[in-house]
Design a protein around this ligand. Structure first.
Ligand code: SF4
Length: 307
């Protein structure tokens, strides 16, 4: 890169940072775990809940959850059936068992305080690169690149002019995220940067229909300049439809167990009325049992885990 183009590159980054910081200031959604209103544990819970569920849907669940179990210790001590029930329709319920395991480790090994290093965070059950980075940035204010699907899409479009193709983050995408991350103390510093880029990807620079006409960084977006080549193109297969999937069947079984009075069980013959395909149903019941989300008693009754 010549000195001139490096200079232009730095200026583009600075302009983008300033515009995004101003946009964030005026437009950030008022989510209850933002703006320093919750503990680091509350931030972690919001990130786990939001992994495969839209943030707006997460809000009522997160609010009730934190009122009931405000810290890791409270969640660690909660009956498993209660946490599975409270997870409600957030989906992908294995996440809740991992979150409770995480709470137990935080309680026992870290005296109910989330650890502050990336290595310690990523060693917790259910915590991957994204969540560890998000907690370090959003809860502890550390300078670290947070890399999720929205951030990858926005950075790739704005700075490279191409679509991010999904799948695992490539080394080039990680390098880009680190290269454009503002220094601590710079205008639009790293925490605001991470949050604002992610928010832009969630509400403006969406995968299929980006609202370029309302975008604060449109003047500097290479993707827009190039005519949005391959808009919406992805490497991964389209998302599987929910209807008829094992996810749907597992969800039906769990929902019927959640509706029972505490400690009650469902006879298997009643569960068999939930779904026509008995082979699929039996396999889903077995997989819920394997995952530890339900128990099958000796007299073939189904129930949420006791204890
Ligand atoms: S101009 Fe369009 S493509 Fe570029 S960042 Fe904004 S919304 Fe995304």
């Amino acid at each position: 890169m010549s000195a001139d183009s490096a200079d232009t590159d730095a200026q583009q980054r600075k302009r983008t940072r300033i515009k995004l910081a101003a946009w964030w200031e005026a437009n950030a959604r008022d989510l209850p775990w933002r703006f320093g209103r919750t503990s680091p544990w509350g931030v972690l819970v919001s990130e786990v809940m939001s992994q495969q569920t839209q943030m707006s849907r997460v809000v009522p669940y997160w609010t009730d959850w934190m009122a009931r179990w405000p810290d890791a210790q409270a969640l660690a001590d909660a009956p498993k059936a209660d946490v599975i029930t409270a997870w409600g329709r957030l989906g992908y319920p294995r996440r809740v068992l991992r979150l409770q395991e995480c709470a137990r480790v935080v309680t026992e090994q870290y005296h109910d305080e989330l650890p502050h290093t990336y290595e310690e965070l990523i060693g917790l059950p259910g915590i991957g690169d994204y969540t560890a980075s998000a907690v370090l940035s959003f809860a502890f204010g550390e300078r670290i690149a947070v890399i999720d699907t929205n951030i990858r899409r926005v950075l790739s479009r704005v700075f490279l002019g191409v679509e991010s193709l999904g799948g695992a983050a490539s080394p080039a995408e990680r390098a880009l995220a680190n290269r454009v991350l503002p220094e601590q103390g710079a205008v639009g510093e790293s925490v605001t940067w991470n949050q604002s880029v992610m928010e832009l990807g969630a509400v403006v620079c969406t995968a299929k229909s980006p609202l370029c006409e309302a975008c604060p960084v449109a003047d500097d977006c290479m993707f827009l300049k190039l005519g949005r080549p391959g808009l919406g193109q992805r490497r991964t297969r389209p998302r599987q439809r929910f209807q008829g999937t094992d996810r749907q069947v597992r969800g039906l079984v769990l929902a019927s167990l959640r509706e029972l009075p505490a400690g009650a069980s469902l006879p298997r013959k009643d569960a068999e009325k939930l779904w026509d395909d008995q082979v699929q149903l039996a396999s889903c019941i077995a997989s819920l049992d394997d995952d530890g989300l339900i128990e099958i008693t000796a007299d073939d009754m189904l129930r949420l885990p006791q204890g």
